[in-house]
Design a binder for this molecule. Sequence first.
Ligand code: HEC
Length: 277
Amino acid sequence: MKTLFKCCHAFLLCTTLTVFASPAEDLGQFRAYFKDKFPSVPFNEFNNGVYAINEDARIAWQDIEEFPPYEEAILNGKALFETSFTNGRNYGNCFENNGVGVSQNYPYWDRARQQVITLALALNLCREESGIPALKYTEAKLTSILAYMVYTSREMKTNARIPTNDKKALESYKKGKKFYYQRRGQLNFSCATCHIQNSGRRIRSETLSPSLGHTTGWPVYRAKWGSVGTLHRRFIGCSKQMRAKEYKLQSEEYRNLEYFLTYMSNGLPINGPSYRK
Ligand code: HEC
């Protein structure tokens, strides 16, 4: 009985904290947690995922980075990005600074549309506004353009903004956060179970990477995929591991999740596209 009471009490305290924490407070706690957990890893290194915390994996990765398998995607992406649509416009026309060095500001809250806009979605909105059909989120054309755009933001600091005076923006952030911490699927894991509480531990042959930095390197060339893929594709992969329901690429659920996760990596340099096994 006593333990039960304690549990309830802890639960109440926990939910109270969650309800009142602002995004900035969340960010402070999140960073502090990983700093404490991995004291020898410099802040900027967290953008290298598992390679920041596992020396053997890091050595193999550094070899691969000498001839990066995502290089072709950057080149193809640049050519596609600069090709004009039939109406004479091009992708650059849809973005600030012609789309160069802007991806660190994505995803962002779009006040007019009242939703989170990711870079991938922005590319398709650009196409639709120019009267051409959207690309599939698995298509090499789309992932290559993403690779190029992100490449032009390398070294720039992740800068997701949550306009806290916009109720719906805050709500979307909170939905993303809730998604991350909510237990789901047959295994009853949350994203946080693996990437926060158990980060640094091994699961089968893999070391679990810390959530901090999870958004800086996308799109990623994965050896397992044999191609460049998006962050949402990875979300689906992890949902499968959890035996949990998957959502569609660029669904509202995943965009909110990306919004939360990117905000948690604010301040970390963009280093996409990157390589993962
Ligand atoms: C059962 C453990 C487990 C759970 C639960 C889990 N993942 Fe993963 N995740 C992994 C493993 C293993 C990898 C590959 C190794 C690594 O980078 O951690 C990975 C990799 C990732 C990566 C790529 C990291 C990088 O640097 O390449 C992201 C992003 C990610 N997971 C997000 C999520 C999200 C979002 C959820 C919740 C929907 C989630 N994961 C749930 C095990 C898990």
